[in-house]
Write a protein of this length. Structure first.
Lengths: 198, 198, 198, 198
DNA sequence: AGCTAAGCGAGACGGTACGTCACGTCTTACA
DNA sequence: TGTAAGACGTGACGTACCGTCTCGCTTAGCT
C-alpha cells in the first residue's frame, strides 16, 4: 500500500549541500543542475524527480541551512523584538556569503511564479506573521501609534531590502537603527498642515 | 580619420525594439540574443559588437522605451513633487507590461555586476538625485523634519520596491499615499521615551 | 528441499507476449526492457532475473510465438521437402509483421555475440540440420548431384536472406521457385571449359 | 546569394575518421554521437547539422574509407570479372576490422528506413549494376546460360552474405570458388525430370 | 570614379547545459 | 523466495544558446 524504496535522505542532503555550496561559490546564475548532481554524486534524474526547477532546489538548500536562523524569538519588549527582527534580516542580507545568495534568490523569483509562491509561503510569510504580530502588540501596548500592521511591516523592512536589492549596499547595523528611529520620529516638519496632496 | 561606415541606427532600433517586445512577452529569462537577432532581422555579431551582455541590451531597450517617463518634472510644492515621484515609480511597477519587466531587470542585477553598475548609473542615480534634492529642499522649507536625504529616500521608495519585488504585489496609488502619510506622521506612540534599543 | 516460490509462469508469458507485441509495433530498436515490464505489468527485476539481454527476450518471444511454424515436416519427396522448407522461410520473411521483426533480430545479432550464439543454436541449427539431411537424402537418391550439404544449404537459403536483409525486398513464392530452378539447372553456358579462375 | 561560411571540410573529415575508428574499436552499437564528437574535437551540433542519424555517419565513414575498394575494374574475361567481384566482397566481409563493421551496418539497416535507402543507393546499387552488367555480357558471350541478371546476382552474392550475417562465418576465398563452381555446374542430379514442385 | 575599410546579414563552429529516456542494480513490502 | 514497484547512479539522447569566427555584400569618405 505504501510507497516502496522511499526517497533517499542521503541523496536529498547531498543535493542541498551541493546546491548551497555552489550557490555561494558561483552565485545563483552559475549554479546548474548538472553541477549540483555532479558535486553531490547523484544522478540528474534524482534532482528532477523531487524538485521542479533549480530555484526550488536553491530555496530548499537555503532553508535547510538558514531556516532556523530566520526565526527571532521574542524577549518581551515589543519594540525591541521588532528591532531584533530587523537586525536579523539586515545581518542576513549583509552576510558575505548568504546575502548575495538571498538576493539572487529574490532575483530569480521575478521570473518564476512557482518559485515566487514557494518563497512567499516558506520564507516570507513566517517573517511577515511574526512582524505583524509584534507590531500589533506594540500598538496595543501603546508603544507605537495605531497603524495597519502590514503597512508598518513594509515601512520597516522595505528600506532594508531596497538597499540590498536596488542599491546593492547591504544594510549595516547602524543603518537599521537609523531607519527605526526615523520611522518612530516621523518625517513631518514644523510647518503645520503640510501633506503635499494635490 | 573617422569611421567609414558608422553604426546603423536602423539596426540599433530594431534590436532594442525586438528586445523590448520579447522581454514583455517571454520575460527576461526567455530573452536570448539569438531570439533578438532573429526577430530584429540582424546578425548576432551586430548585437555583440555594441552590447556586452543581454542585460545591457534590455536595459537600453527599457530606457529607450520608458526613459522619458521616469523623470518627473517639479511643480513647486516640494512635498507634492516627492509624492508625484513616488506615484510615478508605483505606476511603473504596477504597469501590467513594464512592471514585471522592470522587476525581472532588477532580478537580473543580482547576479550581474556590470549590469548592476549600469543600472545604478543610468536608472537609479537620476531618480535618487532628484529625490534627495527634493527632500533637501523640503527640509530647508521646514516642510519635513531635518533628516539625511538618502535615508529619507530609502524610507520613501523602499516600501514600494519591497512590495513589488518581495511580495509581488505592485503598489497601488492609494498604497503610496498611505506610505507617505504614515511616514510623515511617524510610528511613535503615546508611551514616551520608548525606543526598544537594547 | 524445493524452492519456496518457483518462477511465475504467468509472468513469463506476460513478458514474452509484451515483448512480441512491442517488437511488432515499434521494432526491435523501439523495444525497451522498461516498456516490456510496464506492458506486462511486471517488475524490471523479474525480466533481468531470467533473461540476460533484450535480445534473448525477443528471441524467446519469437520462438514462443513462431517456433512451431519453423519446422516443416517431410512429405516423402526429398526435393519437394526442400522446396517447402524454402517456401516456409520465404513466407516468414515476407510476412508483414514477422518478417521485419525477424530481420531486426538478425540485425541485432551483428553486435551481440551472446544473442548470435543463442540464435545460432535455437533457430538456425535446427533448420540447418533439417536442410542438410534432406540434401543428403536427395543426393543419395540421385535427385541432385553430389555436393557438400552445407554448401547446398547456403546456395538455397542465401538468396532468400540476401533479398530480405540487403535489398529489403522479401522473397515472393515465385522467386523461391525461380531460385530453385536456376540452381538445379546451373549457370554454365554452352562455351565448354569456361571457369574464369585466374 | 550563396551560403556563407561554408561547411568545414576539416570537421567533416575529423568526424568521419572518428566514427570509423570508434566503429572498428567498439562496434556499431558502441558508437555514440557524443563519442564521435568528443574524439573528433567537434560540437555535437556539427554532426547533427549534417547527418540525420548515427547510421548515416557510419555509412559515410565507411564509404569515405572503403568506397574505392568496392569497385572492381574489369579485366576482359566476364566470368573472371564476376569471380573477382565476389572475391572482393568476400574479402571485405572477412576483413577482421571492416567485416564486422559492415555486418553491423547491415544490421542497423533493418530498423532504419532512411539508412536502408541510403545504403541501397550508395553501396548496393553500384555493386549490383556492375554485377548484372557482367552477367549479361557473360550470357551474351555464351559463357553462362541465359538467366535473369538480377536472379544470377542473388545466386552469386546471396550465399556470401548469408554466411556472414546469419552464420557469422565470413566467407573464405575457397568458399567463394566453391560457390561459383557449384552454381555453374548446377544441382540437378542424374534422375531425369525431378523438380519437386507440388 | 574607384578604392578600401568598416558595418552588416547570415550562419557554421566548439562548447555547456538542458530536461528526458533507458540502462542495470538496489531496496522494500507483500504473498 | 519470487514478485511488483520504483528510486538510484550512469550515460547518451537531441535541442537550445552561448560567444567567436568567417564569408560576401553594401556603403561612405578619401584619394
Amino acid at each position: 500500500m505504501t510507497a516502496v524504496h522511499r526517497r533517499s535522505e542521503q541523496a536529498r542532503q547531498a543535493i542541498l549541500q551541493a546546491a548551497f555550496d555552489i550557490c555561494q561559490q558561483k552565485g545563483y546564475a552559475g549554479l546548474t543542475i548538472e553541477g549540483v548532481a555532479s558535486r553531490a554524486g547523484v544522478g540528474k534524474q534524482t534532482i528532477y524527480r523531487w524538485w521542479s526547477s533549480k530555484g526550488t532546489v536553491v530555496l530548499d538548500a537555503f532553508l535547510d541551512a538558514l531556516g532556523p536562523t530566520i526565526d527571532v524569538p521574542p524577549a518581551g519588549d515589543h519594540l525591541a523584538d521588532l528591532r531584533r527582527s530587523l537586525h536579523s534580516t539586515a545581518d542576513l542580507l549583509s552576510h558575505p556569503r548568504y546575502g548575495p545568495m538571498l538576493a539572487d534568490l529574490v532575483g530569480a523569483l521575478q521570473h518564476d511564479e512557482a518559485l515566487a509562491a514557494d518563497f512567499q509561503q516558506r520564507v516570507y510569510e513566517p517573517i511577515r506573521r511574526q512582524t505583524t504580530e509584534r507590531v500589533e502588540r506594540a500598538c496595543a501596548a501603546g508603544v507605537i501609534r495605531h497603524i495597519d500592521a502590514n503597512l508598518a511591516a513594509d515601512l520597516l523592512f522595505g528600506p532594508l531590502w531596497f538597499r540590498a536589492l536596488l542599491m546593492r549596499q547591504p544594510p549595516s547595523t547602524d543603518y537599521v537603527d537609523e531607519v527605526i528611529d526615523a520611522l518612530l520620529r516621523g518625517l513631518a516638519g514644523s510647518t503645520p498642515g503640510a501633506g503635499g496632496r494635490e
